[in-house]
Write a protein that binds this ligand. Structure first.
Ligand code: GAR
Length: 213
């Protein structure tokens, strides 16, 4: 690897969008700090002012920005403003780590092949909110034998679907509580998201086109 290419990979800029607790943001921040992930989080943006993920960003000296949507604002108008905000940080990749809004093309067309979403279920299963809880209930009804985690690109307005970058089965056991399944899922999420971002960062030509936005 040439020195230039190595430094380009290490300088990959991530903007993380989140709505809540931010444990996956923390996994990314920790991996960047340890050098495991050759990237830096240049901004964390939340639609929820009280999201704990914002506090995690502040503690890591990363800009923490609230971009709330008013009830009367049109979704596309909000997404255009959100895209302007994100673009100002010139990200190589926009990571949806517990971002609980469906993004319209007004946002997505600005970052083609650069928006990555994490979802706590396998491809094609349990899209939307409360995926772990719904999988747990489906297991109890005998409809599924395991669940999983996936990381995928977000090309359009489909909910929790798009080209899959990584997926991993997570078992559910007969004596599990919902809380036990949630914990097992989150452990896998934290690892799989970082592993996937590592692969994306290294695979410049296929994913990021080798340049910033
Ligand atoms: C994660 O489980 C993530 O997969 C999920 O939100 C949680 C955020 O946790 N995302 C979705 O359900 C997207 N449909 P965190 O705030 O602790 O990272």
């Amino acid at each position: 690897m040439t020195a230039n290419l190595k430094s380009e990979i290490c300088n990959r800029k991530l903007v993380v969008l989140l709505s809540g607790h931010g444990s996956n943001l923390q996994a990314i921040l920790d991996a960047c700090a340890s050098g495991e992930l050759g990237a830096q989080v240049v901004a964390v943006i939340s639609n929820k002012p009280d999201a704990f993920g914002l506090e995690r960003a502040r503690r890591a000296n990363v800009p923490a920005v609230v971009k709330a949507k008013s009830k009367t604002q049109d979704r596309r108008a909000y997404d255009t403003e959100l895209a302007d905000l994100v673009a100002a940080y010139q990200p190589d990749c926009v990571v949806l780590a517990g971002w609980m809004r469906v993004l319209t093309m007004a946002f997505l067309q600005r970052f083609p092949n650069r928006v990555v979403n994490l979802h706590p279920a396998l491809p094609g299963t349990f899209p939307g909110t409360h995926a772990i809880e719904r999988a747990f209930e489906a297991y109890q009804r005998g409809e599924i034998r395991h669940t999983g985690v996936m990381v995928h690109l977000v090309p359009d307005e489909g909910v929790d679907c798009g080209p899959v970058l990584a997926q991993e089965v997570v078992p559910i056991h007969a004596d599990d509580t919902l809380s036990a399944v949630e914990t097992r899922i989150h452990v896998v999420e934290h690892r799989l998201l970082v592993e996937t971002l590592k692969k994306l960062s290294a695979n410049l030509a296929n994913y990021f086109g080798g340049s910033q936005l």
